[in-house]
Design a binder for this molecule. Structure first.
Ligand code: KG4
Ligand code: ZN
Length: 348
């Protein structure tokens, strides 16, 4: 388990819980922005031999890990679950999107704790939580922001005018960027999760050794498509079976990053954005981070690249979005269910 602590300022405490996919995570956030603890227990080893997340196994692992992870997050924050009065002022948990069996574990646990402690419960949208991750590390970013949210399940370009005010600019029409990484890595025998593996090996390859398609690049819109790229990689390897894996990975990564950066640049000019943010697991990608840094310097706008721990799934971002929602919308009913297809709430 990884853990992180940060020091203190007096303020309300929120326990965040995240179990939407293959990370069991809990965090304690103070005053909406000070991370008192953030514990992430990854199930990567459990799923690696299957080449991807097995929903049934993920759900069962969350059941086993949730209590120890919550206990550890409380302990690192200097709190105990049995304390009186309640150790925290609210409990937030991801209610969707994600794997339904996994979501239910964190959601039920959070409701039970909120009930036992007699504190408000708040349901959190996982995509909105990803948008709060960069803000936790850089709360003073100017708006409007363009956020490129790239994860295993989503590829979205969002105009963020303020917390809670999002406009969808573009999205993938088929595979998510992270999904393309995972599928191509699996095909190349690089294991799971594929993103970090391709990122590592691509550094040793020649990105010009193959010229893979940049789908929808000439299209005026801001949508993405990655499924053709995966097929192009398979065809290319069939044609050149002796090609170095590092070259294939580098050329694949160059195609993904070219499209992501070009569309982000187009979005920036379209909304006259004051800044550009990356969010989601693929935001940890070294080539993407390099190119976004260059783009923001070119445009003379601020870029925020969250730390690797804030890019991938964690509960600090859930607590942060949960606290914001609690303050603005009030608590969620305990009848709130898990929604595997929950969409980002859009409001101008
Ligand atoms: O946000 P996240 O942790 O979970 C979801 O909500 O999906 O994102 C996980 C995704 C996986 O597809 C993983 O392969 C990808 O993020 N990823 C990366 C890198 N690190 C994680 N993709 C490219 N380069 C990376 N360094
Ligand atoms: Zn995520």
């Amino acid at each position: 388990m990884e853990e992180r602590t940060e020091s203190t300022a007096p303020g309300p405490l929120v326990l965040g819980i995240e179990t939407s996919c293959d990370e069991t995570a809990a965090a304690v956030l103070e005053a909406g922005r000070h991370v008192r603890s953030s514990v992430v227990s990854s199930q990567v080893d459990l799923h690696a031999r299957f080449g991807g997340v097995v929903p049934e196994l993920a759900g069962r692992a969350h059941v086993e890990l949730l209590v120890p992870v919550v206990d550890e997050a409380l302990a690192v924050a200097g709190l105990t679950a049995t304390g009186r009065p309640a150790p925290v002022d609210a409990v937030a948990a991801t209610s969707g999107p994600g794997l339904v069996g996994s979501l239910l574990v964190g959601l039920s646990g959070a409701k039970a704790l909120a009930l036992a402690w007699d504190v408000p419960f708040v349901a959190v949208n996982h995509l909105e939580a990803h948008l709060f991750a960069p803000l936790l590390e850089a709360p003073d970013l100017a708006y409007p922001l363009v956020v490129l949210l790239v994860s295993g399940g989503h590829t979205l370009l969002i105009e963020m005018r303020a917390p809670g005010r999002y406009r969808l600019l573009g999205q993938t029409l088929d595979d998510a960027a992270g999904e393309a990484y995972d599928k191509v890595a699996r095909y190349l025998g690089l294991g799971y999760p594929g993103g970090p593996a391709i990122d590592r090996i691509a550094g040793q390859g020649d990105p010009t050794s193959f010229s893979f398609p940049r789908a929808l690049l000439d299209d005026d819109g801001l949508d993405f498509s990655f499924s053709g790229l995966k097929t192009a990689v398979v065809r290319a390897v069939e044609r050149r079976p002796d090609a170095a894996t590092a070259d294939v990975a580098a050329a694949f990564q160059a195609a993904v990053v070219d499209v992501l950066v070009a569309k982000a640049a187009r979005a920036m000019s379209r909304v006259n954005a004051a800044g550009l943010c990356l969010a989601g697991g693929v935001a940890a990608n070294s080539a993407l981070r390099r190119r976004v840094t260059e783009l923001s310097a070119e445009l003379g706008v601020a870029a925020h690249l969250p730390s690797a721990a804030m890019c991938t799934d964690n509960a600090a971002m859930v607590a942060s979005a949960g606290w914001w929602r609690l303050v603005h919308d009030g608590p969620s009913p305990l009848s709130t269910g898990a929604d595997p297809n929950l969409a980002l709430p859009l409001a101008g």
